[in-house]
Design a protein around this ligand. Sequence first.
Ligand SMILES: [Zn+2]
Ligand SMILES: [Zn+2]
Length: 269
Amino acid sequence: MAYYSDFHSHSDISPDSKTDMVDLARAAADKGLQELCITDHWECGSPCYDWQLRKKPFDADRLLERFAAAQSAVGDRISLRLGLEIGNWTQDEAHAKEGLAIYPFDCVLCSLHTIKGFDAYFFDYGCEDIEPFLTAYMEECLELAQKADFDSFAHLTLPLRYAMIHVQRRLSVDHCLDVVDEVLKTIAQRGLALEANTSGFRTLGEPVPSVSILRRFRELGGELVTIGSDGHNEQNVGSYLEETQQALRESGFKAYATFTKRKPILHTL
Ligand SMILES: [Zn+2]
Ligand SMILES: [Zn+2]
């Protein structure tokens, strides 16, 4: 029987979600998921970190309190895990490590939202000379892949999704495949996981990163992949899991991973 897990989700502990963790967990259980990992944002570096602090300081006590509330609300209907999405690790490593120390997390996601401090969400994706921006993004991802302490690298090639959302433009990172390969090799050689982010199905018709990059990861020796919706609400949590499992099969994977106390557990695809 297929095993459905979502290892990337956000509750209102994150500044960009309004969904209480209890509602998020209930929604995932109602959709028939066996496992959900909540991975709220812990952002490093300016300006994102300043923005997050001003708007909604990370409330670690509330994180643990809502996690306990969610566990008692869903009981044994679904296994709940607690993770953290650490953004922009190399922009403030000391801060990143403070995040890790909050709790013995089940799964730590590594991601890049800001390129040298510039929020990728606000880039002008309609501009002509976009390749240097995408190359800079991949180069900083390489730095993270080399230096950050994490379990799975989340939404690699995120700007391609933003370009589709903001200006309906389908871009690629084909011009800097050498850097992409280095990122994938580094993750593979460290024995870490690459995330297949299901949010791509809402915009691009495939996961983020693409099937071709997931396949390349496999070819370069990557063995671990996780699946995450990046859902910030009840509607998106647990979405497109079957489609993403199929995309992973097409990419050459026979199993995908979940994490408990940062140890991978494999599930047949
Ligand atoms: Zn993210
Ligand atoms: Zn996220």
